[in-house]
Write a protein of this length. Structure first.
Length: 82
């Protein structure tokens, strides 16, 4: 799940990632999923605008069954880049 919130035009884009206890009760697993999402965001940082947005990415329980390649593909498809 992803939200894009507009901000003032001169404000740099901010990105946040949320992985709740609904995904996993183990902190180590939640941190693993958070690191994978951050890596996918960093790899695709050119698809995000540089100013004027706040982006919140919320991990769902299905992230446990996904590979890094599939997460990377989903980040691209969410932001309409192929």
């Amino acid at each position: 799940m992803c939200w894009r919130l507009p901000q003032a035009a001169k404000t740099p884009t901010q990105i946040g990632i949320v992985v709740s206890k609904k995904v996993s009760l183990l902190a180590a697993k939640r941190n693993l999923y958070r690191r994978r999402l951050w890596a996918a965001v960093r790899e695709n940082k050119n698809i995000f605008s540089t100013q004027g947005e706040a982006i919140v990415i919320v991990a769902m329980a299905t992230i446990a069954k996904q590979t890094y390649a599939s997460l990377n593909h989903q980040i691209k498809s969410i932001f309409k880049v192929s």
